[in-house]
Structure formats: structure tokens, C-alpha cells
Design a protein around this ligand. Structure first.
Ligand code: ZN
Length: 135
């Protein structure tokens, strides 16, 4: 599989509203959507930057992945997401390359996308998301 762009950069924040002072108020970027992913304990806001986006991730559950990230690392860059045409095929190819997808099947991402994450231990410390759909 060949990625054609960075779909988004995920940033863990304590408060989306507070951090929009940077992206919306200072940089005058458009907030294209805010949605709650109840099953992942997350609230996400997408901010459009040219062809790519910033995804602000706020925890709405005490034991969400973002809650644990904020506790151990604080606010900051959480993951980088690359667009791919087919997440299922990408999972199989990743496994064949010795990488470690966090799920064997695509999961539901924000905005009706299909996503998978690759474990940072297999990618040099960068939590890497592959995204199918959107745009
Ligand atoms: Zn993401």
C-alpha cells in the first residue's frame, strides 16, 4: 500500500476548547467537526490545515487511552495518521513486515473512517494510525 498524504496529526489535550485558542483563534483555521467517540472515551475536534488536519483528542472517560497518555506524558503530540486506500490490506501488509497493528480488523474512526494503529514499539516510538476514507 502507498500512502499519499498525512491525514492528520493527533494531539492529546486536557481541553479542546482551551486549545482552540491556538488553532482557531490565533491561526484562524477552520474547525471542521467535533464529535464524541463514546466507545473510545474520547472527544475529538478536527481542524483543517490545507490538505491535512490537526485532531485534538480530549478524554471523556477516566480509563481512556488519552486519559492514560495525559497522566504519563502530559499534553502533546499523540500520533501521526497516514491516509491509505484500504486499511484491511494495510493491516495484512504491516503484519508481513513485522509491524504490530493494535487490531486485526479495521476499527471505526472519527467521521465514518476505518482506522488501525501500529504499536509505537514497532515504529520507532511513533504511534502510527492508518486511515481509510474521508476527503
Ligand atoms: Zn487520529
Amino acid at each position: 500500500m502507498k500512502s499519499d498524504r498525512i491525514d492528520h496529526i493527533g494531539i492529546a489535550v486536557k481541553s479542546i476548547e482551551e486549545r482552540l485558542s491556538v488553532y482557531r483563534d490565533l491561526l484562524k483555521l477552520e474547525v471542521t467537526g467535533i464529535e464524541e467517540l463514546q466507545d473510545r472515551g474520547l472527544k475529538v475536534a478536527f481542524v483543517k490545515v490545507g490538505d491535512t488536519r490537526i485532531e485534538l483528542l480530549e478524554s471523556i472517560s477516566e480509563n481512556s487511552q488519552i486519559s492514560r497518555f495525559l497522566e504519563s506524558r502530559g499534553e502533546g503530540i499523540h500520533h501521526i495518521a497516514f491516509h491509505v486506500d484500504n486499511v484491511k490490506a494495510a493491516i495484512e501488509e504491516a503484519v508481513s513486515l513485522g509491524l504490530k497493528p493494535l487490531s486485526t480488523e479495521p476499527e471505526a474512526g472519527a467521521g465514518g473512517t476505518k482506522v488501525v494503529f501500529l504499536h509505537p514499539k514497532s515504529t520507532g516510538g511513533v504511534l502510527t494510525e492508518l486511515v481509510e476514507g474521508h476527503h
